[in-house]
Design a protein around this ligand. Structure first.
Ligand SMILES: NC(=O)c1ccc[n+]([C@@H]2O[C@H](COP(=O)([O-])OP(=O)(O)OC[C@H]3O[C@@H](n4cnc5c(N)ncnc54)[C@H](OP(=O)(O)O)[C@@H]3O)[C@@H](O)[C@H]2O)c1
Length: 285
């Protein structure tokens, strides 16, 4: 297939580019190559290149969505809508990523697409609105919600905590949030399977198991050879409220994918196994 990837410079976009390059004709587009909020540019690109699928990885991050609402709407809602409309016009499929932050996480349960989405921050709200814009605009839509993604490509907390612990660097760890964690390589592999199966809908792609940032930190530390007391010496537990970020995070949002189950795709491996592979693959960096 000829596949365009927007937001290709980010965590998910760069992994998609690396993993899919051998099997598909890829058009990886970094922000500077295509601004998805530029409607004319999006339509001109689609008409010119006629891709079979567009995979949208462009996004505005959680805290900036709270402080710049017009920008959040442009990148997380309007841009995805332009891409979906342009895809529909040329008969292409659209893959669009979304998030566990569409849920409020007030109940301790595993969330499915049958649970009501009720975001607690503007990132979650714009991602939810973006899902609707994409599904309304393009019949061949594959919306993939994911959660707490880690891997090579972005130095977020989950991706670097093992390195910080190994280096003896102190870290603050949020103690009151639980979710599913997702290794970016597994998310991308499952994205490819979803595209091949051609069953439109909303997916929730995460590694198996539930974790808190503390549990993730303990496992990361164990994998780099530290004992539990050694890890606790290096971390300061802090609540989400104490961290004072612009956006509140939902408290408890593990997910499960009903649509994957329906089309016979097995659960992804446990996050601990995925984390072990990530750390062993990057141990020389
Ligand atoms: N990372 C997670 O933990 C996580 C969890 C759940 C869901 N997701 C979803 O997964 C998807 C990918 O996330 P990610 O973690 O890969 O994000 P990321 O690493 O922040 O990458 C996003 C990319 O989008 C680009 N971008 C921003 N505005 C753009 C625009 N107007 N036009 C084109 N590109 C633009 C950014 O480029 P610049 O930096 O140059 O602006 C950046 O390279 C998103 O839909 C996100 O909601 C991620």
């Amino acid at each position: 297939m000829k596949i365009a990837i927007t937001g290709a410079g980010g965590l998910v976009g760069s992994c998609l580019t690396n993993q899919m390059a051998a099997d598909h004709q890829l058009l990886p587009l970094k922000h500077a190559d295509l601004d998805i909020t530029n409607k004319d540019a999006v339509f001109a690109f689609a008409q010119r290149e006629q891709p079979d699928a567009i995979i949208n990885c462009a996004v505005l991050n959680v805290d900036e969505c709270e402080t710049d609402r017009p920008k959040a709407y442009a990148i997380n809602v309007a841009g995805p809508q332009f891409l979906a409309e342009a895809a529909n016009e040329i008969g292409a499929a659209i893959v669009h990523y979304s998030t566990n932050y569409v849920f409020d996480g007030k109940e301790e349960k595993i969330y499915t697409i049958h649970d009501e989405a009720h975001p607690v921050n503007n990132y979650g709200q714009t991602k939810l609105d973006g899902e609707k814009a994409v599904t309304d605009a393009c019949s061949r839509h594959f919306v993939i919600r994911s959660s707490w993604v880690f891997g090579v490509g972005k130095p977020n907390f989950l991706s670097i905590i093992h390195r910080n612990l190994k280096a003896g660097k102190r870290s603050k760890v949020v103690s009151d949030c639980w979710a599913s964690a997702t290794y970016v390589e597994d998310l991308v592999a499952r994205t490819r399977e979803i595209l091949e199966r051609q069953q439109a809908g909303i997916y929730q792609v995460v590694n198996d198991g539930i974790c808190s940032y503390v549990e993730f930190t303990l496992e990361a530390g164990r994998l780099v050879g530290l004992s539990e007391p050694e890890i606790y010496d290096l971390i300061e537990l802090i609540s989400d409220a104490e961290i004072k970020r612009p956006a509140t995070r939902p408290r408890y949002t593990p997910m499960r994918c009903l649509l994957s189950e329906e089309i016979g795709l097995p659960s992804l491996r446990h996050w601990k196994d995925a984390l072990a592979e990530y750390i062993s693959k990057t141990s020389n960096e």
